[in-house]
Design a protein around this ligand. Structure first.
Ligand SMILES: *Cc1c(COP(=O)(O)O)cnc(C)c1O
Length: 496
């Protein structure tokens, strides 16, 4: 059955998957959603025997219905290859009773690789299918991980350019080094004087500027997005939840049909929304535990029904979750309002103008499978240390938030349902904070000395992604004020 895509704000409908992926964001500022969420048309028993790549095909074919089988297989096989350092692509590790789904085995060692390894193939295939002649310019706001993962995917891909905006001072040392040393003639990295929300809002504003789009069009450019506002990011993230469930069955950890819970360290709400979509496709999921750090706007939302971003933005040791405007929540708001685009639009306009909105009781009832939790800095560090001391397993600071929230959830509820915890980054990406959790203050010790300490503690080989930046040359030094982001894009694209 064909799936078409429409904006959550009602301004556009009837797009094919490839058209929605090319656009990234709808012209009315909304996000693209499929007209319905398809059900898996294959049994868990069959899925249990499948590789990651085969599972990916079974999920993707249901959403990207205008891509041929050959096109999808081409995208999948080029994305999930030896760039990943494990054949399983997304291995499950059991520690202290929970199943850590390791999503960081791709080339930039964070879960963003799971979708951004395949997005460039979706995009170039979409451009061919839709006879696009312009160069596609990927504009990306990053809280630290998306930027690098997107550049790794798009570097030197013919017909594309990529510009990444990251918050100066708001990312880890390793994250920053990974970005500013990025190679590729078509890549640009810009440090903005602001936080992630400023970067994301700035990018959305550029997308909304019709005059600018016209100027770009005249020069042979069109914009798209690699952020999780692009539906081409979300759908590949559904795959690993389906895969994880099937593997738990195959390994005899659960019986087919048993329910699981899923805990996700959350920022922009993309990853946990993908888990929700997996549930809607037929994976037996009971509760979705949405874990936040000190920027606990989502916790408060699930607690009260009011989303209120009017609060201080707190820089934490889990910077990829330092977000107050979780873009993908809009998709859940839209669904919970019965796909009423006008209602959703009113909520989003209220968020823009007053900084808050309150959903109805019916909408809250619709979201009953979501539970919010949060962990502050101390709780997170204590959890990382305790898990290490009990099991020898080292997790990163984002996964630490999820693990701490999960532990608290079990204590509060007594709910012992088998639980998958999304492990979203390698501890090496946040070595400083992880070693601080394990061993106390690291002072101004050199980052690579800390990395070597972590290697001894964790007894896990240092990933290539880290070795690569040890001596790499810095190639990007551009900075921009938030108000000048569009001007900066102009300079990069049009000044030659
Ligand atoms: C992006 C990111 C998150 C948050 O994921 P969302 O899909 O934005 O909710 C969590 N952990 C890490 C390591 C990330 O890079």
């Amino acid at each position: 059955m064909n799936v078409s895509y429409q904006s959550t704000r009602g301004g556009e409908s009837g797009l094919s998957a490839s058209q929605a992926i090319l656009k990234g964001l709808a012209e009315d500022g909304g996000l693209f959603m499929p007209t319905f969420i398809p059900k898996l048309d294959i049994s868990i028993e069959e899925l249990a025997g499948m590789t990651y790549q085969q599972t990916a095909y079974e999920v993707l074919k249901l959403f990207l219905t205008d891509y041929t089988k050959e096109e999808l297989e081409y995208c999948i096989n080029h994305a999930y290859d030896s760039k990943f350092d494990t054949e399983e692509i997304a291995p499950l590790v059991k520690a202290d009773g929970a199943y850590y789904l390791e999503l960081f085995h791709g080339s930039t060692i964070a879960f963003k690789d799971m979708a951004l390894s395949i997005l460039p193939y979706f995009m170039t295939t979409a451009a061919r299918k839709n006879h696009v002649e312009n160069e596609i310019v990927i504009l990306t706001a990053t809280s630290g991980d998306t930027g690098k993962a997107a550049m790794a995917g798009f570097a030197d891909v013919p017909g594309t350019r990529i510009i990444v905006f990251y918050p100066k001072g708001g990312v880890s040392k390793v994250q920053e080094l990974q970005m500013v040393t990025q190679k590729g003639e078509n890549t640009s990295v810009v440090a903005i004087h602001g936080n992630f929300d400023d970067a994301q809002t700035g990018v959305k504003k550029i997308f909304g500027d019709k005059e600018f789009a016209k100027t770009l069009e005249e020069r042979g450019f069109q914009l798209s997005s690699a952020n999780s506002i692009n539906i081409g990011r979300l759908v590949p993230q559904v795959v690993y939840y389906v895969y994880a469930y099937a593997k738990l069955v195959q390994n005899g950890e659960i019986k087919n049909g048993d329910e699981i819970n899923i805990t996700v360290p959350t920022g922009n709400f993309g990853n946990i929304l993908s888990a929700y979509i997996a549930k809607e496709m037929g994976v037996p999921v009971k509760t979705l535990i949405c874990a936040s750090n000190d920027n606990k706007v989502l916790y408060d939302f699930f607690q009260t029904g009011t989303y209120d971003r009017k609060r201080d933005f707190i820089l934490t040791s889990s910077p990829s979750m330092d977000i107050l405007i979780s873009s993908n929540l809009e998709r859940l708001i839209y669904l919970s309002a019965g796909c009423d685009a006008a209602a959703n639009k009113a909520f989003m306009e209220a968020l823009g103008s007053t900084g808050a909105y309150t959903v109805t009781d019916e909408m809250r009832a619709f979201m009953k499978d979501f539970v919010g939790g949060y962990a502050d800095e101390k709780t997170n560090a204590a959890r990382i240390k305790a898990l290490y001391e009990e099991t020898g397993y080292v997790i990163d600071t984002h996964t630490g938030v999820a693990s701490a929230v999960y532990e608290h959830y079990v204590k509060e509820t007594g709910d012992r349902t088998p639980t998958v915890i999304a492990s979203t980054a390698s501890p090496y990406k946040f070595s400083h904070s992880v070693m601080e959790a394990l061993n106390g203050d690291q002072g101004d010790k050199d980052e690579f000395a800390i990395i070597d300490d972590l290697c001894k503690a964790a007894n896990v080989a240092i990933p290539n992604a880290v070795e690569e930046i040890r001596n790499a040359q810095i190639r990007h030094t551009r900075e921009s004020d938030v108000d000048d982001m569009e001007k900066t894009v102009s300079e990069i694209l049009l000044s030659k």
